[in-house]
Design a protein around this ligand. Structure first.
Ligand code: ZN
Length: 238
């Protein structure tokens, strides 16, 4: 996968697009995941599930914008009960933890890798339905229950798993977030906290001081704290 250590660490941090394949103008995935993803989509189709990507690759800069919009109070922050919280009422450290529940730090999002995607199925939703990417939509009572049940049963056969299947005290449960294990395991192993600190230091991230100061703790609680791939996940690239 990596052409060099330099380019690989740029991929880990979301600072290059050289590893990507564009499915359309909006959505890019890792080029070495294309076959596995197509196989997953074809299999879901036979179960009448139009498996589609709501969000694929995201760059460092895009994640930085999302982060800063939350930190500045421009976009709402939600707690684990789904209630909006007031950014202005929190200390910088409290605010940082509140954002990390749903949004990764720029440089530490699995979406940088291109092998992690948020999925849904438009054919299971009403035409005018606005997808929220909230857990209830994927629960047994939600409109995407059929997709969720299918993923739990079959995704591993194509190399995919759900790193945020359940809340582990870090990132909230994200039943829509799929990860392609053969590539994701390599990126996860390549995580380098010094490189992340350097990238954040060189950025315009809001809350920089408190983030850098608490980066070890943040890495333990959010970045490295994911559900393991099931032991039966296929680890050979298709
Ligand atoms: Zn995601």
């Amino acid at each position: 996968m990596p052409t060099s250590n330099e380019s690989h660490s740029a991929q880990v941090l979301g600072q290059t697009e050289q590893h990507l394949y564009y499915l359309n103008e909006r959505v890019a995935i890792h080029q070495e995941m294309k076959n596995a993803f197509n196989a997953l989509v074809a299999a879901a189709n036979t179960a009448n599930i139009d498996l589609s990507i709501a969000s694929g690759f995201r760059s460092f800069d895009r994640q930085l914008m999302l982060w800063n919009n939350k930190f500045s109070g421009k976009t709402p922050i939600k707690n684990i009960a789904g209630e909006s919280i007031l950014a202005a009422s929190l200390s910088p450290l409290e605010l940082t933890h509140s954002i990390l529940l749903y949004s990764a730090l720029p440089g530490a999002s699995r979406h940088h890798w291109g092998c992690d995607i948020d999925v849904y199925a438009p054919n299971l939703l009403a035409d005018d339905y606005q997808l929220q990417l909230e857990p209830w939509e994927y629960s047994a009572q939600g409109p995407l229950a059929k997709l969720s049940a299918w993923l739990v049963k079959y995704a591993h056969q194509f190399g995919f798993f759900l790193p945020y299947a359940s809340f582990q005290g870090g990132v909230a449960s994200e039943p829509w977030h799929l990860s392609y294990a053969p590539l994701a395991q390599q990126y996860q192993q390549a995580f380098d906290i010094e490189r992340l600190a350097k990238a954040l230091n060189n950025s315009t991230i809001l809350g920089k001081d408190v983030i850098i100061k608490n980066l070890d703790d943040i890495a333990k609680r959010y970045i490295n704290n994911v559900c393991a791939a099931p032991t039966n996940v296929i680890l050979t690239k298709q």
